[in-house]
Design a protein around this ligand. Structure first.
Ligand code: FES
Length: 125
């Protein structure tokens, strides 16, 4: 019983994990990165926006998303950055992970911050 109370009152802590220098990422491309036990895909758009997603395509589990094709589209009147899976071309929003052209699971996305040229990923522990 006391264990259950302790688990219920435990607070989540937000922390930032360093990933890489933003200048290490080439504009218009993605790079795969191991972070702890997770494979991430990092992207730098032509407009110097940075995104992090899972490297695994939600459709097949293939580790290919860092080789996806960057683009953009308009959703509800706003331009959003996208990545198309290089295998079957399903298109995902980079900000939310929503799949825009198929009834697919979302692509897991991570929140990033760029501070003085360093990319940090938010993580909750
Ligand atoms: S493997 Fe990614 S859309 Fe099929």
């Amino acid at each position: 019983m006391s264990t259950q109370i302790a688990e219920d009152t435990r607070e989540a802590t937000l922390s930032l994990a360093p990933l890489c220098r933003s200048a290490e990422l080439e504009r218009g491309w993605g790079e795969a990165l191991w972070h702890e036990t997770t494979q991430l895909a990092l992207f730098r758009t032509e407009e110097d926006a940075f995104y992090a997603t899972s490297h695994h395509c939600p459709t097949s589990g293939a580790k290919v998303m860092a080789r996806g094709i960057l683009g953009d589209t308009v959703v509800d009147g706003a331009s959003v950055a996208t990545v198309a899976c290089p295998l079957h071309k399903e298109v995902y929003r980079l900000d939310t992970g929503e799949c825009l052209n198929a009834d697919s699971l979302p692509l897991p996305v991570q929140r990033l911050m760029e501070i003085e040229g360093q990319l940090w990923m938010e993580q909750i522990k």
